[in-house]
Design a protein around this ligand. Sequence first.
Ligand code: AMP
Length: 460
Amino acid sequence: MSQTDFSSLPLSADLLKNLESLGYESMTPIQAQALPHVLSGKDLIGQAKTGSGKTAAFGLGLLSRLDGDLYQVQSLVLCPTRELADQVAKQIRKLARTIPNIKVLTLCGGVPMGPQIGSLESGAHIVVGTPGRIEDHLRRGRLKLKGVKTLVLDEADRMLEMGFQDTLEKIVEQIPNNRQTLLFSATYPKEIQSVANRIMDRPELIKVESTHDDLSIQQHFYQIETKEERFDAVRLLLLEHRPISTLIFCNTKREAQELSDRLKQTGFSVAALHGDLDQRDRDQTLIKFSNKSVAVLVATDVASRGLDIDSVDAVINYHIAQENEIHTHRIGRTGRAGAEGRAFSLYNSKEHYKVAQLGLYLDRDIVSERLPAANLLKTTPNQAAMATLKIDGGKKHKLRPGDILGALTGEKGIAGADVGKIDLADNWAYVAVSRTEVKAALKKLSEGKLKGRSFRVRKL
Ligand code: AMP
């Protein structure tokens, strides 16, 4: 019997037989690492993506604690979107098919309440749903969570990104403290850590390592001479690597604005961030960059200090930084939370001494690499994946992320996967939607109602 045999786990004979019939021959890495802890009742944070087999990792856990004769909700699984909730419920039903009479109910926004209320009245053992709708049912007293033994937060990073933090915490308050809490997330930003600190009890941390070292940042250096070469180098690197999000550092405000203007002229999705812009412009620029409606942000060190940006795919140093610590700080914006990161630094012969210093500091030889061939300059830059819609209503109008998500994805709406980050301010809300769905999303939001009211909506 090997370490990855399901039969090495304390699972019932029924569950084991079912796994065999499903063709699950051995455990996936996340299952092999997580299941022993999950089955022993511990809290667990699993860093894993869809496709890793994480659903079975928590599904088997909650099924093994389930009492089929007890008609109350014993497991709650929270997911960011209806699509994921449907997928998770389907997999749990498959895993549970040898246990008699287990009811798995999905409760998601964007669909009518009526049938959900009916299903809740007839009882369910496992509820899988999106936070907004679950909270709605809780508030109306239709869903009771006092019997919940296992709470699962699936794609927790995505739920926080969509602004569900307050809603999640309200839901968790309704669940007994002696529960088991399992949190899965593709990335592990600080927001997840702080939520985990509040709602989990000494969680085990599990990460499935990929073959290369995720945490390392690949650094590349290029020596150029003229200002034109420097500008073309940026374009070539962007066109060759096509990162979804790139942060470019400049040493001065003027340089940042100039580079941003020129990149825009050559077709890039770009914005500048520096101290000469007013606060409102800076806020909107940041929102658009962090929700992926702007692909490239050109910033000064000062403006980027304390920026709340999770992780970018690439950092470009338009000029090599004045100090080694600043260099390290700049490139630390990429390759965070297990993501892969790249840093490109440009320097000329006058800046060569800084590169030599940096080489000593990093204890490595720095050599200038060759830039991609110039014919790449003829290709078309990537457009940003998303676009931002601004709604003239916010927290003061009691709008919650779930209301916006529900309005967008409800009847004949757009898919949950096409909704990105939702940022709520007092009087405004910003929601990112896939660029291809802008028209449909605008129509849904401006023709539909939010909290029974119409709000003005426009594309930023
Ligand atoms: P997930 O990452 O949970 O969405 O799972 C991805 C897919 O892998 C699903 O279709 C599962 O049915 C399948 N799967 C999960 N665990 C195993 C396993 N141990 N062996 C084979 N297939 C699996």
